[in-house]
Design a protein around this ligand. Structure first.
Ligand code: KG4
Ligand code: ZN
Length: 354
């Protein structure tokens, strides 16, 4: 693939869900400045993300975050080499805020614009220079484990993604959140459930392991959630709750390891197993996946937590990879609430050659 020169730092913007983020990366991928503002406080009273509130909060905070990273790095808009903003998939209000803000800056300063697929951002994070010595080579297996997404993806090259399997019902983070809610834990439930599970006995409550051993690498978590709901009335003490949390986390980790094993069998050329998404923060999940990758003789690459969860560094980095390939996007590119990774391309038809 041709390599086009990039004239200056790339500003990345992320506003697709409930994190507002901006980051500035040098053309070689060095992180010059980064900032994330979580909307946890706005959404917690509602027990989940409220799209309208999210869009308004992005609008209120994105300009200041962009200014903050530019000031911190001492970079003026005129020095930039391009603007990369998440253009999908995600909540349409936030996507419009982020992409329009990016396009506005691109027009004002005559810069290339890149409307980035959020999932491509997660998929390419492992290639950020400095993260893995020597970098991760294509192809690799990506396990995207977040509140909104749960899929196994063959990352075969820039713009070349093959979904090997995905969830038939809930995303794995959603399963953590819903089960945690049933256990009376605050939203978002994943971290709280992990904490509770630490003092629990994984063997006390036998829970199902949906899809275990099934061909392919699809996931299903609704049966597990139902089993948790049916066990709740049996709980009396705090220890009972901890035991159920531990059993749930153990079952999820076992299912993820099994699905990862099947996914690796579908991508025998994989050079690594990469995890991304908030659930990748879970130590039990990480341990199970590390063991599974090692069994296949591969490393498990888990970016630091702040780069596993939603952030703008990954958006700027995907922008750099695309700009290097000579791709940019037109200013009339419409944000897409639904935008499967496998619809992306690194050919000029998937963007426009710079
Ligand atoms: O990637 P992310 O920050 O946002 C999106 O969903 O896009 O992922 C958030 C999800 C939530 O469902 C949260 O409960 C889950 O990741 N999560 C965890 C942990 N930390 C975050 N799940 C299990 N264990 C954790 N330590
Ligand atoms: Zn995400």
């Amino acid at each position: 693939m041709q390599s086009a020169p990039i004239s200056g730092p790339i500003l990345g913007l992320e506003a697709s869900c409930d994190e507002t983020a901006a980051a500035l990366l040098a053309p070689d991928g060095t992180i010059l400045a980064e900032a994330v503002r979580s909307q946890l406080a706005e959404h917690t009273p509602f027990g989940g993300v409220v799209p309208e509130i999210a869009a308004r909060a992005h609008l209120a905070h994105l300009p200041a975050l962009a200014t903050q990273v530019m000031t911190e790095a001492g970079v003026r808009p005129a020095d930039l080499g391009g603007i990369a903003a998440t253009a999908g998939p995600g909540l349409i209000g936030g996507l419009i805020v982020g992409a329009s803000f990016g396009k506005g800056m691109a027009i004002a300063h005559n810069l290339p614009f890149l409307g980035i697929n959020h999932l491509e951002g997660h998929a390419l994070t492992a290639r950020l220079p400095g993260l893995v010595p020597g970098g991760v080579e294509f192809p690799y297996l990506l396990l995207l484990l977040s509140g909104g997404h749960c899929q196994c993806v063959a990352v075969e090259g820039l713009g070349r993604y093959r979904r090997l399997g995905s969830t038939l019902d809930d995303a794995v983070g959603e399963a953590f959140d819903k089960s945690a809610k049933l256990m009376g834990l605050p939203w978002p439930g994943g971290p709280a459930l992990e904490k509770l599970a630490a003092s629990g006995d994984v063997k006390r409550f036998p829970l199902p392991r949906p899809m275990l051993g099934r061909p392919g690498c699809d996931f299903s978590f609704s049966g597990l959630k139902t089993a948790v709901a049916q066990t709740i009335p049996k709980l009396v003490t705090g220890q009972d709750r901890a035991d159920l949390a531990a059993a749930f986390q153990h079952a999820v980790a076992a299912v993820l390891a099994d699905r990862a094993r099947h996914a690796l069998a579908m991508l025998p050329a994989a050079t690594a197993m990469v995890v991304a998404g908030g659930v990748a923060a879970n130590q039990g999940v990480r341990a199970a996946l590390t063991a599974e990758a090692a069994r296949a003789g591969l490393p498990l690459i888990a970016p630091p937590i702040r780069l596993c969860t939603d952030n703008a560094v990954m958006i700027a980095w995907a922008g750099i990879e695309r700009l290097r390939a000579g791709l940019t996007d037109p200013l009339d590119q419409a944000p897409r609430p639904r935008w499967p990774l496998d619809e992306l391309s690194a050919e000029p038809s998937g963007g426009v050659a710079a």
